[in-house]
Design a protein around this ligand. Structure first.
Ligand code: ADP
Ligand code: G3P
Length: 496
């Protein structure tokens, strides 16, 4: 066996395919962006056919760039934007509606209704999640209610549903496999994370027929083979995990107490809590980090909706920078005497506030405030939000190391200025690894280790290599003053 592994990273804004060789080096990357559809305020959709065509095109492209054929690839690993759902016709494979994306807020009224009826505690106890439109379950119910005849057809077993991994597996295997992995299942509001199964009470509460749902497997498992017609030969699919969990694996955060934070469009911090289900008292999520050989490892997660998106806002809406990488350079020029804060609640606030109605605000503006102060405020908002997550994690679980080291990845970590400010505000070291494609790497490791061509967990963890450590350098008085200013800004932004 060659040791070549192909990872599919189906993200919120683009589909990517990455080929790794047997020595875990990246040999080819292909990427295609696709359309973001905003049918109404707070609604976000993707066309599942475009997701499918970009995935197939990038896979073919990556194989071509690597000068490899399907037969050279030992295994495929899939990782995906989580919570986003598709419902499709079992007979034709055609979606009956666009995918409803994780950022979509259309089911806020349904969540509010379930909350009012007193269901949140019970749902949280079983799923580790909160009643927020972010998760898949209410989105599936919405499609069944709004597409004519869908509910009746779902009950008759004529439709299938799934997160993006499930849809891709169905398509790649030519409709032979309807499966998902435990991490993706754990983001649906329908999955009992202690019993490790779809939960009948939750299915009834959210009005989702069981016939729609996929079989839940381990993250490293047999997910069938790609159809020969697609790439010229069959390739086994042996690894699946939601993208944040895949990044946790790619960062080799296999020990309880280890933590990674990914700074892409949003920011997702995941703390490994081992076999223990830690219930958050601070509105963090409890989720499945991975399930290997039938053994579940759990995590606490803090989800922030706007991180790199604040940089896009500086570039695309304010036009104070031309390129994302200019944001750090501009922020470094900001006037230290001005305390300007941005609370980037553009789509509400995620953890630990979960305020869907809050909207963004800036504080502390003077006549001297300009592009540099705006850029600094945008980048600092990411550091402050991470600091809120970290302190919530420490309050929730004593296993969260007092001397936390944060392993970081995602597009934003290219900014040295932001990483230094993050270390300063957290008062903790921030480690940036050499391989920044940690999400793809995690999915590839699941597949490669399952295929027996890549090292097992411990040997893989030893290969994690540091690019740069950012040590905290801000004095305590300044840090405390700045963090207090942030908390004041947040309290003035919350809708309740
Ligand atoms: N040098 C940089 N400084 C600050 N932000 C950056 C930099 N490079 C990229 N970004 C931001 O990172 C994000 C892209 O990261 P990526 O991990 O590709 O996101 P996603 O997977 O969510 O699409 C964008 O929002 C972009 O603005
Ligand atoms: O596609 P990303 O990298 O923005 O990640 C999205 C998350 O999985 C949403 O929960």
């Amino acid at each position: 066996m060659s040791g070549y592994v192909l990872a599919i990273d189906q993200g919120t804004t683009s589909s990517r395919a990455i080929v790794f060789d047997g020595e875990i080096n990246i040999v080819a990357v292909a990427q295609k962006e696709f359309a973001q559809i905003y049918p109404a305020s707070g609604w976000v959709e993707h066309d599942p056919e475009e997701i499918w065509s970009t995935v197939v095109a990038t896979m073919r492209d990556a194989l071509k760039k690597a000068q490899l054929k399907a037969v050279d690839i030992s295994a495929i690993g899939i990782t995906n934007q989580r919570e986003t759902v598709v419902v499709w016709d079992k007979a034709t494979g055609k979606p009956i509606h666009n995918a409803i994306v994780w950022q979509d807020r259309r089911t806020a009224p349904l969540c509010a209704k379930l909350k009012k009826a007193g269901h949140e505690r019970r749902i949280s106890a079983k799923t580790g999640l909160l009643l927020d439109p972010y998760f898949s379950g209410t989105k599936i119910a919405w499609i069944l209610d709004k597409v004519k005849g869908a509910r009746r057809r779902a009950e008759k077993g004529e439709l299938l549903a799934g997160t993006i991994d499930t849809f891709l597996i169905w398509r790649l295997t030519g409709g032979k496999v309807h499966a998902t992995d435990a991490t993706n299942a754990s983001r649906t509001l329908l999955y009992n994370i202690s019993a490790n199964e779809w939960d009948d009470e939750l299915l009834t509460l959210l009005r989702v027929p069981r016939a729609l749902l996929a079989e839940v497997r381990d993250c490293a498992d047999d997910y069938g083979r790609t159809e020969k017609a697609l790439f010229g030969d069959e390739i086994p699919i042996l690894g699946v995990a939601g993208d944040q969990q895949a990044a946790t694996i790619g960062q080799a955060c296999f020990e309880p107490g280890m933590m990674k934070s990914t700074y892409g469009t949003g920011c997702f911090a995941i703390l490994n809590t081992g076999p223990q289900i830690v219930r958050s008292k601070n509105r963090l999520l409890t989720t499945i980090a991975y399930r290997l050989n039938g053994k579940t490892t759990y995590a606490l997660e803090g989800s922030i909706f706007i991180a790199g998106a604040a940089v896009q806002w500086l570039r695309d809406s304010l036009k104070v920078i031309q390129k994302s990488e200019h944001s750090g350079i501009l922020a470094a020029k900001a006037d230290d005497s001005q305390e300007v804060y941005l609370v980037p609640a553009f789509v509400g606030l995620g953890a630990p506030h979960w305020d869907a109605e809050a909207r963004g605000a800036m504080f502390g503006l003077t006549r001297n405030s300009g592009p540099a102060e705006f850029a600094r405020a945008a980048l600092e908002s990411v550091a402050y939000q991470t600091s809120d997550l970290l302190s919530a994690m420490k309050r929730d679980w004593k296993g969260a190391a007092a001397k936390t080291v944060l392993r970081v990845d995602g597009g934003m970590v290219a900014s040295d200025w932001t990483m230094q400010r993050l270390a300063d505000i957290l008062d903790a070291p921030v480690d940036r690894p050499k391989i920044l494609e940690t999400t793809a790497l995690g999915a590839a490791w699941l597949a490669g280790s399952r295929a027996g061509v890549w090292p097992k967990e411990k040997a893989f963890a030893k290969r994690w290599a540091l690019d740069r450590r950012f040590e905290p350098a801000m004095d305590a008085t300044t840090r405390k003053r700045k963090v207090a200013g942030w908390h004041d800004a947040v309290s003035r932004t919350l809708s309740r």
